[in-house]
Design a protein around this ligand. Structure first.
Ligand code: AMP
Ligand code: MG
Length: 410
């Protein structure tokens, strides 16, 4: 029997074996959610030409210093158009937001500060403007040559839009991690049919598939695999050949009928762990040779649904995020106030209690238990948005503080 280790040792073991995937070039749209592997430098000015920030009239500021004044309107320029006319002192050109500022003009009077005269052939300017007013200069947002993003930056939708605006069509990123998800166990049914004696409905795969996708990875569903050595080996080898990581649930506990253990021990370099935590004490991690030079991480999560969820959060998710190149692969961890306390007995383990977290009027995070903490009681856990790390001992008294991993708040 493997010695019981602490969570830090388990994490270190896993994280050391899950380096970032090799970089790849991707079109910027496909790269949203991915982490940059190289820097991005602006190859173009944004905006590429001086343009108007408002709808109004392009003028020389000097022409309207004595406003109110009337000027002839000698032309019009819309966004996407241009004019050859060089604007002279005493003239106005009608201009729309985003249209290039005509040569000779140095300011825009916004339409709200004008009155249209003679069917638009003249304009009364009601207020003077300063030179440069409402003109967006070339490179005002991004001058060409600007270092925009460092390696390690995750491409958000807003960053992708900036990449589009500087025409960085293809960027070097750590690709999305492809993660195979499978469940093991002869008792598991997922076809919607009636339950036979001893059978239960398979639920972990749905959860893990969703958690993998929510972690920014591509989840590949490999179904329920029966407790059959040949079948399990075939599915695992296929998973390793086609994916970057494998997440399994079930079959890693001490007393388990040992199909999962037998197969994984034979085909992969595994470490079978007993971690001093509750839930999720059993956990297996290993590397499976994909046959093409890659060593594919395998996360063997326990089958009890709550244990599966907690060990995914503590061990698999940060490792997958590290593979995806994230600089901070961990969930946010804060000190929260346990309003009603969190009870437990001493047993030599850290307890990861599922809680509901909220920001209080004091600006601090407050947590309350979601109720039942059994490793099979997923209904209560499904109401949690955070996991409180309750150290060994007698628990946290009401109003006491507790380290809390935020899953999602809001
Ligand atoms: P195991 O880790 O295989 O020993 O399973 C522990 C417990 O979790 C047993 O009660 C299993 O029936 C249950 N279990 C295992 N896998 C799943 C699953 N995919 N969905 C729901 N329950 C499961
Ligand atoms: Mg099982």
């Amino acid at each position: 029997m493997a010695p019981v280790i602490d969570i830090t040792e388990a994490r270190t073991h896993v994280f050391e074996r899950c380096p970032a995937l090799p970089a790849r070039d991707l079109p910027f749209r496909a790269a949203i959610g991915c982490v940059l592997a190289g820097p991005v430098v602006a190859g173009e000015d944004v905006p590429p030409f001086a343009n108007s920030a408002v709808d109004g009239y392009a003028v020389r500021a000097a022409s309207v210093q004595a406003a109110p004044v009337e000027l002839p309107v000698v032309g019009e320029v819309a966004a996407g158009a241009a004019t050859d006319h060089v604007l002279q002192l005493g003239e106005a050109i009608r201009i729309m937001t985003g249209a290039p500022v005509p040569a000779g003009a140095d300011a825009i009077v916004m339409v709200e500060d004008t009155e249209r005269l003679d069917g638009g052939s003249r304009v009364r300017v009601l207020r003077p403007v300063a030179s440069g007013a409402a003109v967006r200069a070339v490179g005002d947002d991004i001058p060409v040559g600007t270092p925009l993003y460092e390696p390690g930056t995750m491409i958000t939708p807003t960053i992708a839009a900036v990449l589009a605006s500087v025409n960085a069509a293809v960027v070097s990123v750590v690709p999305r991690v492809r993660v195979a998800v499978l469940s093991t166990g002869d008792e598991l049914i997922d076809d919607g049919g009636p339950l036979q004696p001893g059978q239960i409905r398979e639920s972990n795969r749905t959860m893990l598939h969703g958690l993998v996708a929510a972690a920014g990875c591509e989840a590949i569903d490999l179904g329920v695999v029966r407790d059959d050595e040949a079948e399990l080996e075939r599915v695992l080898r296929e998973a390793a050949a086609t994916c970057d990581a494998v997440v399994t649930s079930g079959g890693v506990s001490m007393g388990d009928y040992d199909v999962v253990k037998a197969v994984l021990s034979r085909i992969a370099d595994m470490r079978w762990m007993q971690i001093a935590i509750k839930p999720a004490k059993p956990f297996a991690f290993g590397l499976l040779d994909a046959g093409d030079g890659r060593a594919v991480p395998i996360f063997g999560l326990p089958g009890n649904p709550v244990s599966s969820m907690v060990s995914f959060e503590l061990l698999a998710r940060p490792a997958l995020r590290q593979m995806a190149g994230h600089r901070s692969p961990q969930r946010p961890f804060v000190r929260a106030i346990a309003d009603d306390g969190l009870s437990r007995q001493p047993d030599g383990k850290i307890h990861y209690q599922r809680v509901f977290a909220e920001f209080g009027a004091d600006g601090r995070v407050h947590v309350r238990t979601v109720g039942a903490q059994g490793s099979h009681q997923l209904a209560a856990t499904s109401m949690a948005n955070a996991i409180a790390e309750v150290p060994d001992g007698d628990g946290v008294e009401a109003g006491g503080s507790v380290g809390t991993m935020l899953l999602w708040v809001g």
